[in-house]
Design a protein around this ligand. Structure first.
Ligand SMILES: Cc1ncc(COP(=O)(O)O)c(C=O)c1O
Length: 378
């Protein structure tokens, strides 16, 4: 049988190539490799294609890590780290400000597997030392925290954990591998939902787990291989494309975020603006010390007399800010959140905003018409 016709092999495109494939074929049996570490050879699509590995190498370089594993979503990346570090009888520490599904994963699946999950105050800093036990397997950080935006003293937590031989993992999605240098601050494992800033256009779900050293590489790599974290090469190619504009998008998002947050701070209906670059945000001084910039997402607490119905009318009145979960894309988003007991506020007064690439003046006009339109109680 004649071999299937093929075009010339040499094609050097500026755009990232998409290599799909499960089976990798070998010329000779002697060439067969099952080295999951993928140091030099391909084995099976699950463990890497040129596209998925290129993304891993780029994120590794961005994070300045030892290796980066690409996962099918941010939540999958988070689950991978817990699976890698926890056994029945392990104790793990997670901040109360953690991303909701991380808390659920820990409180439900991990607890069910016999892991002792303890929640801690995100502003605890070096005080974490008093919570570390001989059985502590991992300290989880997320900075700033989801929705309530507490900036954590990661270096102080790392110092306390390291002195007791305990690994620290960080959900570093807010920083996009750019605004906070996780490894320079001593973290062992840095997780990022590539879904947000790296993807940047709300059309993919991907995650990354970057590790600082050989020990973390061995721990996460073993779990990665065993749980079969298959990632779509098409999505990886979109993430590679997103990386090409990450810097300019982050710069623009920071400027817009600050302009909108500062305007909101002056508005009479807004009690507090939880933006890491503004002094009202818990841990603002840590942000000023450790971060090189701020991102697109922040929250506001509305005045005391706002009811749930009034908050809903305000959110519904927004036109440019679309109602939806997530952040980091080109479009501005808004969501009211039921997680504010940490701030001592009623749930109906906490609203998270994510600014996109629209004109800042248009976003401010949108907020003005929605806030002023519902500024009087009905
Ligand atoms: C802080 C944080 N970490 C992780 C995730 C999960 O990412 P994904 O949606 O890719 O699973 C999210 C998603 O909203 C998030 O906000």
């Amino acid at each position: 049988m004649a071999p299937a016709p093929k075009p010339p092999a040499a094609f050097s495109s500026l755009a990232p190539a998409v290599h799909r494939g499960s089976t990798v074929v070998f010329e000779r049996l002697g060439d067969v490799s099952d080295d999951w570490r993928q140091a030099a050879r391909y084995t099976y699509g699950l463990y890497g294609t040129p596209t998925t590995l290129e993304l891993g190498l780029r994120i590794k370089a961005l994070d300045g890590g030892y290796h980066c594993f690409v996962a099918p979503g941010g939540q999958a990346a988070i689950a991978l780290v817990f699976l890698a570090y926890c056994r029945a009888g392990s104790h793990v520490l997670i901040p109360v400000s953690v991303y909701g599904p991380t808390a659920e994963l820990a409180g439900d699946l991990l607890t069910g597997l016999g892991v002792d999950v303890e929640r801690y105050d995100p502003l605890i800093g070096g005080g974490i030392a008093s919570l570390i036990r001989p059985s502590t397997a991992l300290v989880w950080c997320e900075s700033p925290g989801s929705i309530t935006m507490e900036v954590q003293d990661v270096p102080a937590i790392v110092a306390a954990a390291r002195a007791r031989g305990v690994a620290v993992a960080l959900d570093n999605t807010y920083a996009a591998g750019v605004l906070f240098d996780a490894f320079a601050h001593g973290v062992d494992v840095s997780v990022q939902a590539l879904t947000k800033y790296v993807g940047g256009h709300s059309d993919i779900l991907l995650g990354a787990v970057s590790v600082a050293n050989e020990a973390a590489y061995a721990a996460v790599g073993r779990a990665y291989r065993l749980v079969g974290m298959a990632v779509s090469p098409d999505d990886c190619a979109l993430a590679l494309r997103g990386l090409q504009t990450l810097g300019v998008r982050l710069e623009r998002l920071e400027r817009t975020g600050l302009a909108v947050a500062r305007w909101l701070k002056e508005h009479g209906e807004v009690a507090t603006v939880l933006h890491p670059a503004l002094p009202d945000c818990p841990g603002h001084e840590i942000w000023a010390r450790d971060f090189t910039g701020s991102a697109s997402v922040f929250s506001i607490v509305l005045r005391d007399d706002w009811t749930a119905a009034r908050t809903a009318r305000f959110v519904d009145a927004l036109r440019l800010f679309r109602i939806g979960f997530s952040w980091g894309g080109v479009a501005s988003l808004v969501m009211a959140y039921p997680t504010s007991e940490r701030l001592g506020t009623r749930r109906e007064r906490l609203v998270r905003l994510n600014v996109g690439l629209e004109e800042p003046a248009d976003l401010i006009d949108d907020l003005r018409q929605a806030l002023d339109g519902w500024g009087q109680s009905l």
